[in-house]
Design a protein around this ligand. Structure first.
Ligand code: 3HC
Length: 294
């Protein structure tokens, strides 16, 4: 089966990015949200992102218009019926995901591949909510999707070679590099990244260095694009906390357990950039580290 039409569930930060790169790669793309206001917000984000590419001369205005022309927003699951692949990027709630997959399974043509962009849940569990676990994979993108080069393609013990190879080729066709990952919570990247960023919080709690110095040390000492606290604010502290809960439940290892400060930040509503404050405050325009605020 050649993939021609792509469905994306969820038009938040990740879903909108996935829909964007799919339309940019030439696929007819339908992105579905539960409410029109969320759809409008996601589509506006896509327009802004494409606008940046035009501004920088990486895309022509005509290509931007053509890309937007290939993209359709919808609030109905029925509009995904004839998609060849459906990528789910809704909230990390396993029950809601399973409910949505079960409904989708009855609507979408039976040859279509289902994929999840989950960060930490196991693909096997999600796939069992459908009658097509053999055509079920993980396609894990990275934030910001239009810029980040990687997609982890995850196969379960049930995924067929044909479905996996199709999904892998699809990821490559989006202009991304793809890696194969086994269906273990966190796959490759979060399995390694999560203990690192949690350890940065523990190091700060132990007084190893200030937030700013730990960030600077890892950015300049290791050549990382962002230090761990800047990255935490970028990914979202609530999202990270949720991932740690799932990974700790799966592995029962301390390295995946949330440090007390992360939980407190989340309880205090400091979710990172999206809420205006996390390990840094963003109100003034220049990020002010949490431990230097007045
Ligand atoms: N679309 C188009 N352009 C965008 C964009 C988007 N979505 N987001 C940013 N840009 C533009 C910026 O506006 C900027 O343009 P400018 O030069 O005109 O100002 C340009 O891209 C470069 O951005 P920055 O100036 O911020 O510079 P950087 O060189 O730092 O690049 C970055 C930004 C790619 C985000 C880089 O900092 C980076 O790689 N950071 C690490 C990100 C990361 O680790 N992501 C993975 C998170 S983990 C994850 O997603 C997994 C999940 O399961 C939790």
């Amino acid at each position: 089966m050649a993939i021609k039409k792509v469905g994306v569930l969820g038009c938040g930060l990740m879903g909108s990015g996935i829909a964007q790169v799919s339309a940019q790669a030439g696929y007819e793309t339908v992105v579905r949200e539960v409410e029109q206001k969320f759809l409008d917000k996601g589509l506006a984000g896509i327009d802004k992102s494409l606008g940046k590419f035009v501004e920088k001369g990486k895309m022509t205005a005509a290509d931007k218009d053509a890309c937007i022309g290939r993209l359709k927003g919808s609030t109905s699951l029925d509009d995904l019926a004839d998609c060849d692949i459906v990528i789910e990027a809704i909230v990390e709630n396993p029950e809601l995901k399973k409910e949505t997959y079960a409904a989708l399974d009855k609507i979408v043509k039976k040859e279509a591949i289902f994929a999840s962009n989950t960060s930490s849940l196991t693909i096997t569990e999600l796939s069992m909510a459908t009658a097509r676990p053999k055509q079920f994979v993980g396609l894990h993108f990275f934030n910001p999707v239009p810029l980040m080069k990687l997609v982890e393609v995850v196969r379960t013990i049930l995924t067929t070679d044909a479905a996996f190879n199709e999904a892998f080729a699809f990821a490559r066709s989006l202009g991304k590099e793809a890696v194969t990952a086994r269906d273990n919570s966190g796959f490759i990247v979060n399995r390694l990244l999560v203990p690192y960023i949690l350890d940065a919080i523990r190091a700060y709690e132990e007084g190893v260095g200030s937030i700013e110095d730990i960030d600077k040390a890892m950015q300049l000492g290791c050549g990382y694009p962002m230090g761990p606290f800047t990255l935490l604010d970028f990914v979202g502290l609530d999202t990270t906390y949720y991932i740690t809960e799932v990974m700790f439940a799966e592995y029962r290892e301390k390295r995946f357990a949330s440090p007390p400060l992360l939980r407190k930040m989340v309880l205090a509503g400091r979710f990172g950039r999206k809420s205006g404050a996390g390990f840094y405050d963003y109100a003034s325009g220049t990020p002010v580290p949490f431990d230097k605020r007045s």
